[in-house]
Design a protein around this ligand. Structure first.
Ligand code: FAD
Length: 501
Protein backbone atom coordinates (compact mmCIF):
# COMPACT_ATOMS: atom_id res chain seq x y z
CA UNK A 1 0.00 0.00 0.00
CA UNK A 2 1.41 3.36 -0.99
CA UNK A 3 -1.31 5.97 -1.09
CA UNK A 4 -1.85 9.70 -0.99
CA UNK A 5 -4.78 11.68 0.45
CA UNK A 6 -5.53 15.26 1.40
CA UNK A 7 -6.56 14.26 4.91
CA UNK A 8 -6.11 11.13 6.98
CA UNK A 9 -8.18 10.42 10.08
CA UNK A 10 -6.68 7.81 12.40
CA UNK A 11 -9.17 5.84 14.51
CA UNK A 12 -12.61 4.51 13.58
CA UNK A 13 -14.51 5.34 16.76
CA UNK A 14 -17.25 7.94 17.04
CA UNK A 15 -14.81 10.85 16.80
CA UNK A 16 -12.90 9.48 13.82
CA UNK A 17 -16.00 8.46 11.85
CA UNK A 18 -17.59 11.87 12.35
CA UNK A 19 -14.33 13.70 11.58
CA UNK A 20 -14.06 11.77 8.29
CA UNK A 21 -17.71 12.57 7.49
CA UNK A 22 -17.11 16.27 8.23
CA UNK A 23 -14.02 16.37 6.01
CA UNK A 24 -16.08 14.93 3.14
CA UNK A 25 -18.18 18.12 3.11
CA UNK A 26 -15.30 19.69 1.16
CA UNK A 27 -13.67 18.52 -2.05
CA UNK A 28 -10.98 16.43 -0.40
CA UNK A 29 -9.56 12.93 -0.69
CA UNK A 30 -10.12 11.51 2.78
CA UNK A 31 -8.98 8.24 4.38
CA UNK A 32 -10.16 6.79 7.68
CA UNK A 33 -7.56 4.39 9.07
CA UNK A 34 -8.55 1.82 11.70
CA UNK A 35 -6.40 -0.92 13.18
CA UNK A 36 -9.26 -3.30 13.89
CA UNK A 37 -11.46 -5.31 11.51
CA UNK A 38 -14.43 -3.00 12.07
CA UNK A 39 -15.30 0.48 13.31
CA UNK A 40 -16.69 1.13 16.80
CA UNK A 41 -14.64 -1.40 18.73
CA UNK A 42 -13.04 0.98 21.28
CA UNK A 43 -14.47 3.43 23.83
CA UNK A 44 -17.38 4.16 21.48
CA UNK A 45 -18.50 0.53 21.86
CA UNK A 46 -18.98 0.65 25.64
CA UNK A 47 -20.40 3.76 27.30
CA UNK A 48 -23.60 5.04 28.93
CA UNK A 49 -25.40 5.99 25.68
CA UNK A 50 -26.74 9.31 27.03
CA UNK A 51 -27.24 12.43 24.96
CA UNK A 52 -26.42 15.13 27.50
CA UNK A 53 -27.99 18.57 27.65
CA UNK A 54 -25.04 20.66 28.87
CA UNK A 55 -26.14 21.78 32.36
CA UNK A 56 -23.47 19.81 34.19
CA UNK A 57 -20.37 21.48 32.73
CA UNK A 58 -18.65 24.81 33.32
CA UNK A 59 -20.07 27.84 31.50
CA UNK A 60 -18.00 29.22 28.66
CA UNK A 61 -16.07 26.06 27.81
CA UNK A 62 -15.90 24.32 24.43
CA UNK A 63 -17.43 21.26 26.11
CA UNK A 64 -20.46 23.21 27.26
CA UNK A 65 -20.92 25.11 24.01
CA UNK A 66 -20.77 21.92 21.95
CA UNK A 67 -22.98 19.93 24.36
CA UNK A 68 -25.80 22.47 24.30
CA UNK A 69 -25.66 22.82 20.50
CA UNK A 70 -25.28 19.06 19.93
CA UNK A 71 -28.27 18.30 22.12
CA UNK A 72 -30.43 20.80 20.21
CA UNK A 73 -29.35 19.33 16.88
CA UNK A 74 -29.36 15.67 17.89
CA UNK A 75 -32.83 14.90 16.55
CA UNK A 76 -31.90 16.33 13.15
CA UNK A 77 -28.59 14.44 13.08
CA UNK A 78 -30.27 11.13 13.90
CA UNK A 79 -33.02 11.86 11.37
CA UNK A 80 -30.38 12.35 8.68
CA UNK A 81 -28.47 9.22 9.62
CA UNK A 82 -31.47 6.95 10.20
CA UNK A 83 -30.58 6.37 13.85
CA UNK A 84 -33.01 5.95 16.76
CA UNK A 85 -32.95 8.68 19.41
CA UNK A 86 -35.27 8.85 22.42
CA UNK A 87 -35.51 12.22 24.11
CA UNK A 88 -36.82 10.66 27.30
CA UNK A 89 -35.70 13.41 29.72
CA UNK A 90 -33.68 12.96 32.89
CA UNK A 91 -34.07 13.31 36.63
CA UNK A 92 -31.01 14.08 38.68
CA UNK A 93 -32.13 12.85 42.07
CA UNK A 94 -30.96 13.79 45.57
CA UNK A 95 -31.62 12.04 48.85
CA UNK A 96 -30.45 14.67 51.32
CA UNK A 97 -29.61 18.35 51.83
CA UNK A 98 -26.15 18.26 50.22
CA UNK A 99 -27.45 16.59 47.10
CA UNK A 100 -30.26 19.14 46.97
CA UNK A 101 -27.78 22.04 47.21
CA UNK A 102 -25.82 20.56 44.36
CA UNK A 103 -29.00 20.34 42.24
CA UNK A 104 -29.66 24.03 42.86
CA UNK A 105 -26.14 24.89 41.69
CA UNK A 106 -26.60 22.78 38.58
CA UNK A 107 -29.93 24.44 37.84
CA UNK A 108 -28.23 27.87 37.94
CA UNK A 109 -25.34 26.63 35.84
CA UNK A 110 -27.69 25.04 33.31
CA UNK A 111 -29.60 28.30 32.93
CA UNK A 112 -26.34 30.20 32.35
CA UNK A 113 -25.37 27.55 29.77
CA UNK A 114 -28.66 28.10 27.92
CA UNK A 115 -30.28 24.72 28.65
CA UNK A 116 -34.03 25.03 28.34
CA UNK A 117 -36.75 23.45 30.45
CA UNK A 118 -34.73 22.79 33.64
CA UNK A 119 -36.81 22.63 36.82
CA UNK A 120 -36.16 21.65 40.42
CA UNK A 121 -38.92 19.26 41.49
CA UNK A 122 -40.03 18.33 45.02
CA UNK A 123 -40.51 14.67 46.02
CA UNK A 124 -44.20 14.39 44.98
CA UNK A 125 -43.54 15.71 41.49
CA UNK A 126 -40.48 13.48 41.09
CA UNK A 127 -42.47 10.40 42.05
CA UNK A 128 -45.31 11.42 39.75
CA UNK A 129 -42.88 11.51 36.84
CA UNK A 130 -40.90 8.41 37.78
CA UNK A 131 -43.02 6.37 40.19
CA UNK A 132 -41.96 3.31 42.14
CA UNK A 133 -40.53 0.79 41.47
CA UNK A 134 -37.89 2.71 39.48
CA UNK A 135 -37.23 5.27 42.17
CA UNK A 136 -37.09 5.01 45.95
CA UNK A 137 -39.87 6.98 47.72
CA UNK A 138 -37.09 8.39 49.96
CA UNK A 139 -36.01 10.69 47.13
CA UNK A 140 -35.99 14.32 48.31
CA UNK A 141 -35.81 16.35 45.10
CA UNK A 142 -34.72 16.16 41.50
CA UNK A 143 -33.46 18.37 38.71
CA UNK A 144 -35.70 17.69 35.72
CA UNK A 145 -34.20 18.10 32.26
CA UNK A 146 -36.50 17.31 29.35
CA UNK A 147 -33.65 17.63 26.81
CA UNK A 148 -31.65 14.58 27.84
CA UNK A 149 -32.01 11.52 25.65
CA UNK A 150 -30.52 8.20 24.72
CA UNK A 151 -29.13 6.71 21.53
CA UNK A 152 -27.53 3.44 20.46
CA UNK A 153 -23.80 4.25 20.22
CA UNK A 154 -23.11 1.44 17.70
CA UNK A 155 -25.93 2.54 15.48
CA UNK A 156 -24.66 6.12 15.55
CA UNK A 157 -21.03 5.22 14.92
CA UNK A 158 -21.81 2.76 12.13
CA UNK A 159 -24.13 5.29 10.51
CA UNK A 160 -21.40 7.96 10.61
CA UNK A 161 -18.91 5.52 9.07
CA UNK A 162 -21.34 4.47 6.33
CA UNK A 163 -22.21 8.06 5.54
CA UNK A 164 -18.52 9.04 5.39
CA UNK A 165 -17.85 6.15 2.98
CA UNK A 166 -20.93 7.04 0.90
CA UNK A 167 -19.50 10.54 0.60
CA UNK A 168 -16.15 9.31 -0.68
CA UNK A 169 -14.02 8.59 2.40
CA UNK A 170 -11.84 5.52 1.98
CA UNK A 171 -12.02 3.23 4.97
CA UNK A 172 -8.78 1.32 5.56
CA UNK A 173 -9.55 -1.39 8.11
CA UNK A 174 -6.98 -3.80 9.63
CA UNK A 175 -4.45 -0.99 9.22
CA UNK A 176 -2.45 -0.08 12.28
CA UNK A 177 -0.54 3.20 12.34
CA UNK A 178 2.98 2.54 13.60
CA UNK A 179 4.78 5.80 12.84
CA UNK A 180 4.24 9.45 11.89
CA UNK A 181 6.73 11.80 10.31
CA UNK A 182 6.77 15.24 8.68
CA UNK A 183 7.35 15.02 4.93
CA UNK A 184 7.53 18.31 3.03
CA UNK A 185 4.38 20.30 3.80
CA UNK A 186 2.54 17.19 4.97
CA UNK A 187 2.93 13.86 6.73
CA UNK A 188 3.99 10.30 6.09
CA UNK A 189 1.78 7.91 8.02
CA UNK A 190 3.55 4.57 8.46
CA UNK A 191 1.24 1.58 8.87
CA UNK A 192 1.67 -2.17 9.09
CA UNK A 193 0.38 -2.25 5.49
CA UNK A 194 2.64 0.40 4.03
CA UNK A 195 2.95 4.15 3.91
CA UNK A 196 0.31 6.86 3.38
CA UNK A 197 1.04 10.47 2.53
CA UNK A 198 -1.28 13.32 3.40
CA UNK A 199 -1.42 17.05 4.02
CA UNK A 200 -3.71 17.02 7.06
CA UNK A 201 -4.01 14.58 9.92
CA UNK A 202 -6.66 14.00 12.61
CA UNK A 203 -5.68 11.80 15.53
CA UNK A 204 -8.79 10.15 17.02
CA UNK A 205 -7.21 7.07 18.54
CA UNK A 206 -9.17 7.11 21.78
CA UNK A 207 -7.34 5.46 24.67
CA UNK A 208 -4.10 5.56 22.57
CA UNK A 209 -4.41 9.19 21.39
CA UNK A 210 -1.56 10.48 23.59
CA UNK A 211 0.78 7.74 22.38
CA UNK A 212 -0.19 8.44 18.78
CA UNK A 213 0.56 12.17 19.23
CA UNK A 214 3.91 11.37 20.82
CA UNK A 215 4.97 9.41 17.74
CA UNK A 216 5.61 12.84 16.22
CA UNK A 217 5.70 15.53 18.89
CA UNK A 218 6.59 16.26 22.51
CA UNK A 219 4.18 15.11 25.21
CA UNK A 220 1.36 17.58 25.81
CA UNK A 221 -1.43 15.51 27.36
CA UNK A 222 -1.16 12.03 28.84
CA UNK A 223 -3.99 9.58 29.41
CA UNK A 224 -4.46 7.68 32.66
CA UNK A 225 -7.02 4.90 32.15
CA UNK A 226 -9.70 3.97 34.66
CA UNK A 227 -12.62 1.68 34.07
CA UNK A 228 -16.28 1.40 34.89
CA UNK A 229 -18.57 -1.60 35.24
CA UNK A 230 -22.15 -1.79 33.98
CA UNK A 231 -25.19 -4.04 34.28
CA UNK A 232 -27.56 -4.56 31.34
CA UNK A 233 -31.06 -5.56 32.42
CA UNK A 234 -33.68 -7.32 30.33
CA UNK A 235 -36.56 -5.50 28.68
CA UNK A 236 -38.92 -6.44 31.53
CA UNK A 237 -36.91 -4.10 33.75
CA UNK A 238 -36.90 -1.52 30.96
CA UNK A 239 -40.66 -1.20 31.19
CA UNK A 240 -40.24 0.00 34.78
CA UNK A 241 -37.99 2.97 33.97
CA UNK A 242 -39.15 6.05 32.04
CA UNK A 243 -36.30 8.53 32.34
CA UNK A 244 -32.54 8.67 32.61
CA UNK A 245 -31.80 8.79 36.33
CA UNK A 246 -28.65 10.48 37.62
CA UNK A 247 -28.09 10.04 41.31
CA UNK A 248 -26.34 12.96 42.98
CA UNK A 249 -24.61 11.41 46.02
CA UNK A 250 -24.63 13.04 49.44
CA UNK A 251 -20.93 12.36 49.93
CA UNK A 252 -18.18 13.04 47.43
CA UNK A 253 -17.90 10.17 44.99
CA UNK A 254 -19.70 8.41 42.26
CA UNK A 255 -23.47 8.24 41.96
CA UNK A 256 -25.60 5.80 40.04
CA UNK A 257 -26.84 6.31 36.50
CA UNK A 258 -29.76 4.34 35.02
CA UNK A 259 -30.72 4.55 31.38
CA UNK A 260 -33.80 3.20 29.61
CA UNK A 261 -32.07 2.28 26.33
CA UNK A 262 -33.59 2.66 22.87
CA UNK A 263 -33.93 -1.15 22.79
CA UNK A 264 -36.00 -1.16 25.98
CA UNK A 265 -33.28 -2.50 28.31
CA UNK A 266 -31.93 -0.78 31.41
CA UNK A 267 -28.27 0.18 31.53
CA UNK A 268 -27.01 0.67 35.06
CA UNK A 269 -23.55 2.05 35.86
CA UNK A 270 -20.73 2.94 35.55
CA UNK A 271 -18.60 2.46 38.63
CA UNK A 272 -15.07 3.83 38.73
CA UNK A 273 -12.00 1.68 39.37
CA UNK A 274 -8.33 1.62 38.50
CA UNK A 275 -7.53 -0.12 35.24
CA UNK A 276 -4.66 -2.58 34.97
CA UNK A 277 -3.83 -1.24 31.54
CA UNK A 278 -5.41 0.46 28.52
CA UNK A 279 -6.95 -2.72 27.16
CA UNK A 280 -8.33 -3.92 30.50
CA UNK A 281 -12.07 -4.34 29.99
CA UNK A 282 -12.61 -7.20 32.44
CA UNK A 283 -15.49 -6.56 34.84
CA UNK A 284 -14.63 -6.35 38.53
CA UNK A 285 -16.59 -7.75 41.43
CA UNK A 286 -16.00 -4.58 43.53
CA UNK A 287 -17.44 -2.34 40.81
CA UNK A 288 -20.53 -4.47 40.30
CA UNK A 289 -21.12 -4.77 44.05
CA UNK A 290 -20.77 -1.01 44.45
CA UNK A 291 -23.49 -0.53 41.82
CA UNK A 292 -25.68 -3.14 43.47
CA UNK A 293 -25.47 -1.32 46.83
CA UNK A 294 -26.28 2.04 45.25
CA UNK A 295 -29.19 0.57 43.29
CA UNK A 296 -30.68 -0.88 46.47
CA UNK A 297 -30.86 2.65 47.88
CA UNK A 298 -31.77 4.69 44.82
CA UNK A 299 -33.99 2.26 42.92
CA UNK A 300 -34.81 -0.74 45.11
CA UNK A 301 -37.56 -1.87 42.72
CA UNK A 302 -35.27 -2.20 39.71
CA UNK A 303 -34.81 -5.97 39.40
CA UNK A 304 -31.08 -6.63 39.19
CA UNK A 305 -31.91 -10.33 38.98
CA UNK A 306 -33.02 -9.55 35.42
CA UNK A 307 -29.41 -8.83 34.45
CA UNK A 308 -28.57 -10.33 31.06
CA UNK A 309 -25.02 -9.03 30.78
CA UNK A 310 -22.29 -7.11 32.56
CA UNK A 311 -19.44 -5.28 30.87
CA UNK A 312 -16.68 -2.80 31.63
CA UNK A 313 -15.72 0.37 29.78
CA UNK A 314 -12.35 2.08 29.72
CA UNK A 315 -12.03 5.82 30.42
CA UNK A 316 -9.26 7.97 28.89
CA UNK A 317 -8.64 10.52 31.69
CA UNK A 318 -6.46 13.35 30.31
CA UNK A 319 -3.72 15.05 32.37
CA UNK A 320 -1.40 17.84 31.37
CA UNK A 321 2.08 16.44 30.66
CA UNK A 322 4.72 18.58 32.39
CA UNK A 323 8.09 18.04 30.73
CA UNK A 324 11.27 18.82 32.70
CA UNK A 325 13.36 20.96 30.31
CA UNK A 326 16.68 19.51 31.59
CA UNK A 327 15.99 15.83 32.12
CA UNK A 328 13.06 15.38 29.73
CA UNK A 329 11.23 13.61 32.54
CA UNK A 330 7.44 13.83 32.26
CA UNK A 331 5.19 14.31 35.27
CA UNK A 332 1.44 14.76 35.21
CA UNK A 333 -0.70 17.62 36.46
CA UNK A 334 -2.43 16.83 39.76
CA UNK A 335 -5.90 17.32 38.37
CA UNK A 336 -7.37 15.68 35.32
CA UNK A 337 -8.35 18.11 32.53
CA UNK A 338 -12.10 18.76 32.41
CA UNK A 339 -12.25 20.47 29.01
CA UNK A 340 -12.39 18.75 25.60
CA UNK A 341 -8.83 18.68 24.30
CA UNK A 342 -8.77 19.33 20.57
CA UNK A 343 -5.12 20.23 20.23
CA UNK A 344 -2.60 21.42 17.69
CA UNK A 345 1.11 21.98 18.38
CA UNK A 346 3.30 24.47 16.57
CA UNK A 347 5.81 21.92 15.26
CA UNK A 348 3.02 19.89 13.62
CA UNK A 349 0.90 22.27 11.55
CA UNK A 350 -2.04 20.55 9.91
CA UNK A 351 -2.37 17.93 12.63
CA UNK A 352 -5.25 17.92 15.11
CA UNK A 353 -5.43 15.53 18.07
CA UNK A 354 -8.42 14.74 20.24
CA UNK A 355 -6.87 13.36 23.41
CA UNK A 356 -8.85 12.09 26.38
CA UNK A 357 -12.30 13.00 25.09
CA UNK A 358 -14.63 11.46 27.67
CA UNK A 359 -18.28 12.20 28.43
CA UNK A 360 -20.05 13.80 26.62
CA UNK A 361 -17.95 12.81 23.61
CA UNK A 362 -20.75 10.71 22.16
CA UNK A 363 -23.20 13.62 22.38
CA UNK A 364 -20.68 15.97 20.76
CA UNK A 365 -19.04 13.55 18.30
CA UNK A 366 -20.59 15.12 15.19
CA UNK A 367 -19.70 18.66 16.29
CA UNK A 368 -16.20 17.65 17.43
CA UNK A 369 -15.71 16.14 13.98
CA UNK A 370 -16.83 19.41 12.34
CA UNK A 371 -14.59 21.38 14.72
CA UNK A 372 -11.50 19.29 13.92
CA UNK A 373 -12.25 19.42 10.17
CA UNK A 374 -12.65 23.21 10.44
CA UNK A 375 -9.25 23.57 12.13
CA UNK A 376 -7.61 21.66 9.27
CA UNK A 377 -9.15 23.64 6.40
CA UNK A 378 -6.44 26.36 6.20
CA UNK A 379 -3.77 23.64 5.88
CA UNK A 380 -5.75 21.97 3.15
CA UNK A 381 -5.97 25.20 1.16
CA UNK A 382 -9.60 25.98 2.07
CA UNK A 383 -11.05 23.63 -0.54
CA UNK A 384 -14.49 24.39 -1.99
CA UNK A 385 -17.60 22.59 -0.67
CA UNK A 386 -18.25 19.14 -2.09
CA UNK A 387 -21.43 19.63 -4.15
CA UNK A 388 -22.13 15.88 -4.00
CA UNK A 389 -22.01 15.66 -0.20
CA UNK A 390 -25.19 14.03 1.08
CA UNK A 391 -25.70 14.05 4.87
CA UNK A 392 -28.40 11.37 4.86
CA UNK A 393 -28.17 7.61 5.18
CA UNK A 394 -31.01 5.21 4.60
CA UNK A 395 -31.88 3.22 7.70
CA UNK A 396 -31.33 -0.51 7.18
CA UNK A 397 -34.35 -2.84 7.30
CA UNK A 398 -35.26 -3.85 10.85
CA UNK A 399 -38.19 -6.23 10.40
CA UNK A 400 -39.29 -5.88 14.05
CA UNK A 401 -40.06 -2.20 13.31
CA UNK A 402 -42.30 -2.89 10.31
CA UNK A 403 -46.10 -2.94 10.41
CA UNK A 404 -47.44 -6.45 9.59
CA UNK A 405 -48.64 -5.59 6.06
CA UNK A 406 -45.30 -4.02 5.13
CA UNK A 407 -43.41 -7.00 6.53
CA UNK A 408 -45.65 -9.45 4.65
CA UNK A 409 -44.99 -7.58 1.37
CA UNK A 410 -41.24 -7.59 2.05
CA UNK A 411 -41.23 -11.33 2.78
CA UNK A 412 -43.10 -12.02 -0.46
CA UNK A 413 -40.32 -10.16 -2.30
CA UNK A 414 -37.48 -11.70 -0.29
CA UNK A 415 -38.28 -14.70 1.93
CA UNK A 416 -35.01 -14.24 3.90
CA UNK A 417 -36.81 -11.45 5.82
CA UNK A 418 -39.30 -14.06 6.99
CA UNK A 419 -36.74 -16.46 8.49
CA UNK A 420 -36.20 -15.45 12.13
CA UNK A 421 -32.66 -16.08 13.38
CA UNK A 422 -32.61 -14.28 16.76
CA UNK A 423 -35.84 -14.91 18.64
CA UNK A 424 -35.14 -12.55 21.54
CA UNK A 425 -34.89 -9.52 19.24
CA UNK A 426 -36.76 -10.96 16.23
CA UNK A 427 -33.88 -10.52 13.79
CA UNK A 428 -34.16 -12.30 10.44
CA UNK A 429 -31.72 -13.91 8.06
CA UNK A 430 -32.31 -11.02 5.64
CA UNK A 431 -31.07 -8.51 8.21
CA UNK A 432 -27.95 -10.57 9.01
CA UNK A 433 -27.20 -10.88 5.30
CA UNK A 434 -27.65 -7.11 4.83
CA UNK A 435 -25.28 -6.44 7.75
CA UNK A 436 -22.59 -8.44 5.95
CA UNK A 437 -23.15 -6.67 2.63
CA UNK A 438 -23.19 -3.04 3.80
CA UNK A 439 -20.06 -0.88 3.73
CA UNK A 440 -18.47 -1.22 6.18
CA UNK A 441 -19.94 -4.70 6.51
CA UNK A 442 -19.75 -7.03 9.47
CA UNK A 443 -16.95 -9.60 9.40
CA UNK A 444 -17.29 -10.83 13.00
CA UNK A 445 -20.13 -12.08 15.14
CA UNK A 446 -19.94 -8.83 17.16
CA UNK A 447 -20.16 -6.88 13.93
CA UNK A 448 -23.45 -8.63 13.13
CA UNK A 449 -24.66 -8.06 16.69
CA UNK A 450 -23.96 -4.31 16.63
CA UNK A 451 -25.61 -3.90 13.23
CA UNK A 452 -28.72 -6.04 13.77
CA UNK A 453 -29.18 -6.57 17.52
CA UNK A 454 -28.98 -10.37 17.04
CA UNK A 455 -27.44 -11.84 20.20
CA UNK A 456 -28.23 -8.85 22.41
CA UNK A 457 -31.41 -10.21 23.91
CA UNK A 458 -32.16 -12.37 26.91
CA UNK A 459 -30.29 -15.48 25.70
CA UNK A 460 -27.23 -13.43 24.65
CA UNK A 461 -26.74 -15.44 21.48
CA UNK A 462 -27.32 -18.86 23.03
CA UNK A 463 -29.87 -19.71 20.34
CA UNK A 464 -28.79 -17.69 17.29
CA UNK A 465 -24.98 -17.87 17.28
CA UNK A 466 -24.77 -21.15 15.36
CA UNK A 467 -27.28 -20.03 12.73
CA UNK A 468 -25.53 -16.67 12.29
CA UNK A 469 -22.18 -18.42 11.84
CA UNK A 470 -23.71 -20.54 9.07
CA UNK A 471 -25.05 -17.45 7.29
CA UNK A 472 -21.72 -15.65 7.70
CA UNK A 473 -19.77 -18.63 6.37
CA UNK A 474 -22.05 -18.83 3.34
CA UNK A 475 -22.01 -15.08 2.60
CA UNK A 476 -18.31 -14.49 3.29
CA UNK A 477 -17.18 -17.71 1.62
CA UNK A 478 -15.35 -18.73 4.79
CA UNK A 479 -15.33 -21.70 7.11
CA UNK A 480 -17.07 -21.09 10.49
CA UNK A 481 -13.67 -21.76 12.08
CA UNK A 482 -12.35 -18.61 10.38
CA UNK A 483 -15.02 -16.39 11.90
CA UNK A 484 -14.18 -14.67 15.18
CA UNK A 485 -16.45 -13.24 17.83
CA UNK A 486 -14.57 -9.96 17.70
CA UNK A 487 -10.81 -9.43 17.85
CA UNK A 488 -8.72 -11.85 15.77
CA UNK A 489 -8.20 -15.02 17.77
CA UNK A 490 -11.60 -15.00 19.48
CA UNK A 491 -12.64 -18.02 17.40
CA UNK A 492 -15.92 -19.75 18.12
CA UNK A 493 -15.50 -23.16 16.51
CA UNK A 494 -12.56 -25.46 15.81
CA UNK A 495 -11.69 -26.52 12.27
CA UNK A 496 -12.76 -30.16 11.97
CA UNK A 497 -13.95 -30.13 15.60
CA UNK A 498 -17.36 -31.29 16.71
CA UNK A 499 -18.39 -28.32 18.81
CA UNK A 500 -17.48 -24.92 20.12
CA UNK A 501 -13.85 -24.12 20.97
C1 FAD B 1 -17.38 4.90 30.66
C2 FAD B 1 -17.75 5.92 29.65
C3 FAD B 1 -19.08 6.33 29.53
C4 FAD B 1 -19.43 7.32 28.60
N1 FAD B 1 -20.73 7.69 28.48
C5 FAD B 1 -21.06 8.68 27.62
C6 FAD B 1 -22.40 9.10 27.49
O1 FAD B 1 -23.32 8.54 28.10
N2 FAD B 1 -22.67 10.14 26.66
C7 FAD B 1 -21.70 10.80 25.98
O2 FAD B 1 -21.98 11.76 25.31
N3 FAD B 1 -20.41 10.37 26.03
C8 FAD B 1 -20.09 9.32 26.83
N4 FAD B 1 -18.80 8.88 26.88
C9 FAD B 1 -17.80 9.47 25.99
C10 FAD B 1 -17.75 8.80 24.61
O3 FAD B 1 -18.06 7.42 24.68
C11 FAD B 1 -16.35 8.98 24.04
O4 FAD B 1 -16.01 10.35 24.09
C12 FAD B 1 -16.23 8.52 22.60
O5 FAD B 1 -16.78 7.25 22.40
C13 FAD B 1 -14.75 8.50 22.24
O6 FAD B 1 -14.62 7.99 20.97
P1 FAD B 1 -13.20 7.94 20.26
O7 FAD B 1 -13.48 7.91 18.83
O8 FAD B 1 -12.32 9.00 20.81
O9 FAD B 1 -12.52 6.60 20.79
P2 FAD B 1 -12.64 5.02 20.33
O10 FAD B 1 -14.05 4.71 20.14
O11 FAD B 1 -11.87 4.29 21.30
O12 FAD B 1 -11.94 5.03 18.92
C14 FAD B 1 -10.54 5.04 18.77
C15 FAD B 1 -10.17 4.11 17.63
O13 FAD B 1 -8.80 4.27 17.31
C16 FAD B 1 -8.30 3.02 16.91
N5 FAD B 1 -6.83 3.03 17.02
C17 FAD B 1 -6.09 3.13 18.15
N6 FAD B 1 -4.79 3.06 17.86
C18 FAD B 1 -4.70 2.94 16.50
C19 FAD B 1 -3.60 2.82 15.60
N7 FAD B 1 -2.33 2.79 16.02
N8 FAD B 1 -3.86 2.70 14.28
C20 FAD B 1 -5.15 2.71 13.82
N9 FAD B 1 -6.21 2.80 14.64
C21 FAD B 1 -5.99 2.93 15.96
C22 FAD B 1 -8.97 2.07 17.88
O14 FAD B 1 -8.94 0.73 17.42
C23 FAD B 1 -10.36 2.64 17.99
O15 FAD B 1 -11.25 2.05 17.07
C24 FAD B 1 -18.43 7.89 27.79
C25 FAD B 1 -17.11 7.47 27.90
C26 FAD B 1 -16.77 6.50 28.80
C27 FAD B 1 -15.35 6.06 28.90
Amino acid sequence: MDREYDAVVIGGGLLGCFAARALCRRKLRVALVEQREDVCTGISRANTAIVYAGYDTKPGTLKTRLSVQANREFGTLCGQLGVRFHRCGSLMVAFGPRGRESLTRKLEQGRINGVEGLRLLPREEVLALEPEPALSPDVEAALWCPQVGTVDPWELCLAAAENAVDNGAELLLNTRVTGLRREGEGYAVETDRGSIRCRGLVNCTGIRADQMAELIHRPTIRIVPTKGDYYVLDTGAGKKLRHVIFHEPEEKGKGLTMVPTVDGNVLLGPSEEEAEDREDTATQREGLEFLRRLAARVAPGIPLEETIRTFAAIRPNPYEALVNGETGEVTLSRKSIGEFMVTQVEECPGMVSMIGVKTPGLTCAALLGEHAAGLLQPWLGDPPPNPEFCPTRRRPVYTAELPPEELAALVRQDPAYGRVVCRCRMVTEGEVRDALRRTPGAVTLDGVKYRTGAGMGRCQGGVCTERILEIMARELGASPAEIAKGRRGSWLVKEGGDGPV
